[in-house]
Design a protein around this ligand. Structure first.
Ligand code: GLN
Ligand code: ZN
Length: 773
């Protein structure tokens, strides 16, 4: 028999109940703690019961008020000094429930959201997903001061909901917590320092009679984790001594070969591996299932249970091809009848919408049936039963499947596109003199302007059919007119239309391209109370007509200054959607690129001289394994080039990147062959400036001069100093004609009251610097 387990589930509730409860708590203040905790308890119990009722034997007790990493930081008491003071003065009350001992709910949320004088902990993308964790902030003398009451309370509730034998606590493992933390400290020493606090948790859980505990250690999938053998052995040796069986869960990719060899020696009861990874992230060469190959090569210890993450936890597709079942049979055949195997999803299901049954409408002709979280749990159970039936007792012998060559799907065909499509008609040196002539320190913005209540109202009225297309366009034209007028008055050099017609930079294009489906309730948590509704790529992507030309023309018709055409790049559209898994991602990126390429041609034909193609998610999709990164970067950069290379030499192609660390992909950024790179910079100190200077970047750059997430208006002096610092750092050899002046990112979440003075100061700073030249 194969057993079944879950390792994480949406924490949102089927109708985003968690968001409502959180927002109500924040609005009403601390006295509302009991309501928040009661709402969370209901959401969690319903989710756990749902999994148990589907037939899962071991239910992972997923749940959080905000984020799982924040939970670990809070319960371990890993507070940076600025929050220690807040904790000392906090006065938790019974209304804080199990959070009282750690400093109360108010402190918990302040860690995530900041407080007067105590900026929040950083937020960062989790592994290679679009989910953001709260980043632990540690230093040499950080010492844990644990109070695990919230987790223990969750376990008691879980035991009530699904029974003591089925309720399995989940905790973020020490290597992942330390691995993803920021600050100056010794990693090995910190893992060792945390171990006793985790051991204490295990003793408390033993007293509650839990069957086992899941330690989530996705950090072990990174290439760099190969060197963590000693840390992990010491730490898990100590934890194993506490007497509770440990299930070491290693999701989000396969592990490196070097890691696998020591991982299977750790003294834990079960190891859960990811057999899905990112299924189609490259074209051909790497299209396999390395976890299966590692098991074929090094086997798997008989005294441990293998957690087989064969159901894809983060793609929205059902396993229609029977891949999971074939894989389980092959594992059984290789490892023998006495090997304990537990069927699972490859990752937590937190990256998926809750339940497909809530969708009123589904498109026909899908490449495969869809499966959201509830359906994935059902698949786990079904496939486990099928695999057990086929291998137990008298079932006919399976044809032998060789795990070492297991791929699970046919290798995708290579993309056959003419190489010339990826090259601009003229090399950079030839085309730059033909492009717009701008003053030194040319000023511009990144695209969006404030999305005012009026703009939202117009869009909604149009969507609901209360406003005709003509009337809607008139309203949008008025908004564009206002934005152009404002920019003219401010004296900016390169203008934008302001993006009033776009709810979202991916949704807007998805809705106009064929091949996308938009769900009504497919919300996925991005962080805390923020959710996104990723579109689903359901077919071949084609452009059905111009998508942005009308708005560009309206804007350009109002000014003699150049207005930027504004597109979202192919990689970002793909990355922020649910991709198909029957077609390589490289090919989907190429389809998107070809569609955008037609838009580029149309914009150029309409007279557009500066064209911005945003790729903020380019870095996010970078595979976790170093050996897979070159292939990804190749197709990602190719997609960008395919989309933009159709721009005539006279058109200045701009790209925009933000909110990731780009220093490790500088060669790929060069290879994008954009004429101008605008890049978020203020939040990362001047690291970006140094990385650009060091990499010998020679094309125009616009490093963000101020943080768009702050409501503060930067002063002229401050902005001018910033620009001087670029010259001092030797950026582009101090050539001011190549240093563009712009904010970090789009301004859609700001108010005009903030935007106008900030941009006025930005232009003034640029003028001051020009005068100094
Ligand atoms: N052009 C987009 C905007 O200004 C870019 C957004 C982004 O980088 N995330 O909103
Ligand atoms: Zn941005």
């Amino acid at each position: 028999m194969m057993s079944t387990s879950t390792i994480g589930f949406p924490r949102t509730g089927p109708k985003r109940e968690a968001k409502k409860a959180l927002e109500a708590y924040w609005a009403a203040g601390a006295a509302n703690g009991p309501q928040l905790l009661a709402a969370a308890a209901d959401i969690e119990a319903a989710a756990w019961r749902r999994q148990a009722e589907a037939g899962v034997e071991l239910t992972g007790l997923d749940g959080t008020l905000y984020d799982q990493m924040l939970d670990a930081v809070f319960q371990l008491g890993l507070l940076p000094p600025r929050f220690q003071a807040l904790k000392a003065s906090a006065e938790p009350s019974p209304a804080d429930g199990p959070y009282a001992g750690g400093g109360g709910l108010d402190l918990y949320f302040k860690l995530a959201r900041g407080a007067e004088g105590a900026p929040a902990l950083d937020m960062s993308k989790y592994m290679d997903t679009n989910y953001h964790i709260i980043v632990p902030e540690l230093c040499h003398d950080t010492a844990p001061c644990a109070d695990w009451s919230p987790l223990l309370d969750r376990v008691r509730r879980g035991q009530d909901a699904v029974g003591v034998a089925s309720a399995v606590p989940i905790v973020v493992g020490p290597c992942t917590l330390v691995g993803l933390a920021r600050g100056e400290f010794d990693r090995s020493e910190m893992v060792a320092r945390l171990a006793p606090a985790y051991a204490q948790l295990l003793r408390d859980l033993a007293a509650l009679g839990v069957p086992e505990v899941q330690f989530h250690e996705p950090f072990l999938t990174k290439s760099s984790a190969e060197g963590l053998a000693a840390d992990c052995a010491a730490c898990y040796g100590q934890l194993a001594a506490a007497g509770v069986p440990i299930n070491l869960v290693v999701p989000y990719d396969d592990v490196a070969e070097g890691t696998y060899r020591w991982l299977i020696e750790l003294p834990v009861a079960a190891i859960s591996l990811d057999f899905c990874g990112v299924p189609v992230h490259s074209s051909g060469a790497d299209y396999g299932c390395r976890t299966a190959q590692l098991i074929a090569k090094y086997s798997f210890p008989k005294d441990k249970r293998l957690g087989a993450g064969v159901i894809d936890g983060r793609g929205c597709w059902a396993d229609a091809s029977g891949r999971a079942l074939r894989l389980l049979r092959a594992l059984r055949a290789t490892l023998g009848a006495d090997q304990a195997i537990c069927v699972q999803t490859s990752t937590s299901l937190q990256h998926l919408p809750y339940d497909l049954a809530s969708e009123p409408e589904l498109p026909s002709g899908l490449p495969a049936p869809l499966a959201f979280a509830v359906q994935k749990v059902e698949e786990v159970v079904t496939v486990a039963r099928a695999a057990s039936a086929a291998t137990d007792g008298a079932a006919p012998a399976e044809p032998h499947i060789d795990l070492s060559t297991y791929t699970g799907a046919p290798p995708p065909a290579e993309c056959q596109l003419d190489e010339a499509l990826f090259r601009r008609a003229e090399p950079y040196e030839g085309r730059r003199p033909k492009q717009v002539a701008l003053p030194p320190f040319p000023t511009t913005t990144i695209g969006s302007f404030p999305q005012t209540p009026a703009i939202r109202r117009h869009r909604l009225a149009f969507k609901q059919g209360r406003l005709s297309l003509d009337a809607y366009r008139e309203r949008m034209a008025a908004e564009i007119g206002f934005a152009i007028g404002a920019q003219e008055a401010l004296g900016l050099d390169v203008l934008v239309h302001g993006e009033p017609e776009r709810t979202d930079m991916v949704e807007y294009f998805g809705q106009q391209l064929s091949g996308f489906h938009f769900t009504q309730h497919g919300w996925v948590q991005s962080y805390g109370s923020r959710y996104t509704r990723p579109p689903i790529i359901v077919g071949d992507i084609t452009r059905t007509g111009p998508m942005t030309v009308h708005e560009y023309e309206v804007a350009q018709g109002l000014t003699s200054k150049p207005v930027k055409g504004m597109l979202t790049g192919p990689v970002t559209i793909l990355q922020w959607s649910f991709a198909r898994n029957d077609v390589p991602r490289a090919e989907q990126a190429a389809q998107l690129a070809l569609a955008l390429r037609d838009e580029v041609k149309d914009l150029a034909a309409a007279g557009c001289r500066v064209l911005q193609v945003d790729e903020p998610a380019l870095r996010e999709g970078l595979p976790l394994k170093a050996d897979r990164q070159p292939a990804y970067l190749r197709w990602a950069v190719d997609a960008f080039r395919l989309a933009t290379a159709a721009a005539p030499p006279e058109v200045q192609v701009v790209t925009h990147l933000c909110y990731s660390d780009f220093d490790d992909i500088m060669p790929a950024i060069h290879a994008m062959d954009a004429d101008v790179l605008t890049i978020e910079n203020s939040r990362s100190g001047d690291e970006m400036i140094h990385a650009l200077a060091a990499s010998g970047y020679t094309r125009d750059v616009g490093p963000g001069v101020y943080d768009v997430h702050s409501p503060l208006v930067p002063s002229v002096e401050w902005l001018a100093d910033k620009l001087r610092s670029y010259l001092q750092a030797g950026l582009l050899g101090g050539d001011a004609s190549r240093i563009h002046v712009n904010p970090d990112c789009g301004l859609k979440t700001r108010r005009w009251e903030e935007v106008l003075p900030s941009l006025r100061n930005m232009v003034a700073a640029a003028q001051q610097l020009r005068a100094e030249l």
